[in-house]
Ligand binder design. Structure first.
Ligand code: KIV
Length: 285
């Protein structure tokens, strides 16, 4: 069955009906196609791509140009899902005008449906307002915001103390007021998110924040491709990394043993062509 492309009213409708929204990250064409064919509602070209596909140890290193390459590939793989692109660190910090110019690039050059902006301080709220004012839908992101994790004391859960729990509530309401049409809340106690959830008209997508209007996970984490330890909130749904390693090891074994390539993987030539090849080697008589 062909689905119609997912729109913002559709996402809001899902929230109103109490139907959970499914969001997943993707960073390239094949995985975007797989996610779209699996029927997810939203695909996020996350700056987590800095770590999971580019091998950096944090999200801050990825550039706008690199993110645009990933985003364009994802866009080409998605027919139905709503595509959101992260605005990377350094591409919005200078001014509202810089944030608008970056967001416009993601829409024009990569075909993004919306952009995601981390944080909810006064400058961040101003950026959200400016980008929304420019006609580009914004997903806000509060709680653990990896781009500024150093200032938050590391990659750790937020909202666990009285002061920070109150801040999460204030920030959720503030980004809604600033015009964000959806909100990602990362690594926040479920009880804290539950306090503010009934006050939010916009869909709230949780990651390590307990039940919400929807959930997001990093594709490589949920498929079991990410090497080493993952965050506490990750659930693994497959062992794709192990399957990939086994596939490459089997290929290496067959190349070394000569079992690959077999006749089925080679092209046939006429006897004439083989004779001509021999003659070319022997040279003119
Ligand atoms: O970059 C990313 O993948 C994200 C999600 C973890 C929400 O921001």
């Amino acid at each position: 069955m062909t689905r119609s492309p997912i729109s913002i009213p559709h996402l809001t409708e899902l929230k109103a009906r109490g139907e959970r929204i499914v969001m997943v990250t993707a960073y390239d064409y094949p995985t975007a196609r797989i996610a779209d064919d699996a029927g997810v509602d939203m695909v996020l070209v996350g700056d987590s791509g800095a770590q999971v596909v580019l091998g950096h140890d944090s999200t801050v290193a990825v550039t706008t140009d690199e993110m645009l390459v990933l985003a364009g590939a994802v866009r080409r793989g998605v027919r139905t899902a709503f595509v959101v692109c992260d605005l990377p660190f350094g591409s919005t910090e200078v001014s509202d005008a810089q944030a608008v110019a970056t967001a416009v690039r993601f829409v024009k050059e990569a075909g993004a449906d919306a952009v995601k902006l981390e944080g909810a301080g006064s400058a961040r709220l101003s950026r959200i307002r400016a980008v929304v004012e420019a006609g580009i839908p914004v997903v806000a992101h509060i709680g653990l915001t990896p781009q500024t994790a150093t200032a938050l004391g590391g990659l750790r859960a937020q909202g666990r103390t009285a002061a920070t729990a109150a801040r999460i509530v204030d920030e959720a309401l503030a980004v809604q007021d600033a015009g964000a049409f959806a909100l990602v809340v990362e690594a926040v106690p479920a009880e804290v998110l539950a306090v503010v959830l009934p006050e939010l008209r916009i869909p709230v997508i949780g990651i390590g924040a307990g039940p919400a209007d929807g959930q997001v996970l990093v594709l490589h984490d949920l498929l079991g491709i990410t090497p080493g330890r993952t965050a506490k909130f990750v659930k693994r749904y497959a062992a794709v990394g192990e399957a990939m390693a086994a596939g490459v090891a089997a290929y290496a074994d067959e190349v070394r043993s000569g079992a690959f390539p077999a006749a089925a993987h080679t092209y046939a030539a006429s006897a004439e062509a083989v004779d001509a090849a021999r003659a070319a080697l022997e040279g003119p008589e």
